[in-house]
Design a protein around this ligand. Structure first.
Ligand SMILES: [Zn+2]
Length: 327
């Protein structure tokens, strides 16, 4: 980040300017719905935007508690319980094992309400989705060269640097693969895994929860389980029937596994459209969340397109203090 940008960020995110911005943003008691993915150990050298260090998460929660009531998604959506203070709802997408090993102890110790949107194919198969397999494979300390053909040749050099510089390259590979049809994506993922070679660095790999771990999480009074599709494909880019099947299947499997009603849905990658809103409603869900970087009044928003604000590994608390007030 440039010096000027850094200075602007520190002025805006603290002191009287920040207090004024915050009072204005929070004056009508809006709700901030946050989208995380998973937590990891503080010490891992692991470049995945989706893995927030556990100590960073604790700091973020401490900041949120000062200015927001952290409530469950059901409380935020209850018309009989309108907000009398700004509220925050904390959600996690996908169903990584870090939810069990790192998030659950924090949830229990702090009585922290969270919603976990679980994508079910990976729980059923025990195999991570393609994007998690690629993130795991590209953590090697040496430089890896990845060359694939997506209708034209593309080459990336990953590493040896770590941190945000490595992540930017990994992210570009993932964004490229998101845009190709699912069948080609499977083939390209295998090529990338082969080119990256065996995983040589020591870190906690991304891996799905087991069904037992999921059940344990579901039994916590602070945890709401929601669904995040079965296939985790971008649902607006596959046939509607296939998307509707994936939405229904995730609800049915989660209800079987947890023995609880599953009422809330999150679209993979936040991709949504009116047909998908209908499909989610017809599958029996009461709400669905998207990505939108803004605060909202959940009682006056389309319940099948509730905006969420993203939080990732490389977001500093200074940056998040602004994002949490919709800036
Ligand atoms: Zn997801």
């Amino acid at each position: 980040m440039g010096m000027l940008k850094q200075t602007a960020l520190s002025v805006l995110s603290s002191g009287p300017v920040y207090s004024a911005l915050r009072s204005k943003a929070l004056r009508h008691n809006p709700t901030l719905v946050l989208c995380y993915h998973t937590l990891g150990p503080d010490t891992d050298v692991m470049d995945a935007w989706t893995v927030v260090r556990a100590s960073d998460f604790r700091q973020q929660v401490a900041f949120l508690r000062k200015h927001f009531d952290i409530v469950s998604l059901d409380q935020a959506l209850d018309p009989a319980d309108p907000a009398s203070r700004p509220r925050a709802v904390i959600t996690f997408d996908d169903g990584d094992i870090g939810l069990f090993t790192h998030l659950m102890p924090i949830v229990e110790a702090e009585a922290l309400p969270v919603t976990l949107y679980i994508a079910t194919a990976q729980i059923e198969s025990g195999q991570p989705y393609w994007f998690d397999r690629i993130m795991n494979a590209l953590q090697n300390p040496i430089r890896s060269t990845i060359s694939i053909d997506t209708g034209g040749p593309k080459t990336w050099h990953v590493g040896p640097e770590t941190g945000v510089a490595r992540w930017m390259v990994i992210s570009d590979i993932l964004e490229t693969l998101k845009r190709v049809p699912p069948a080609l994506r499977v083939a390209l993922t295998l090529e990338i895994l082969q080119q990256a070679g065996p995983v040589q660095s020591r870190f906690t790999p991304l891996a799905p929860l087991s069904a037992d771990q999921l059940r344990t999480l579901a039994q916590s009074p602070h945890i709401t389980i929601g669904a995040h599709s079965h296939c985790h494909n971008l649902l607006d880019q596959i046939p509607l029937e296939e998307a509707a099947y994936s939405i229904r299947t995730s609800r049915r499997l989660l209800q079987d596994w947890t023995n609880q009603p599953i009422n809330h849905f999150a679209y993979p990658n936040g991709n949504h459209n009116p047909d998908l809103h209908d499909a989610v409603k017809q599958a029996g869900f009461a709400s669905a969340t998207v990505l939108g970087s803004k605060l909202c009044d959940p009682l006056r928003t389309n319940p099948y397109a509730i905006p969420r604000v993203l939080v990732g590994r490389y977001d500093s608390l200074a940056r998040l203090r602004l994002r949490f007030i919709g800036q």
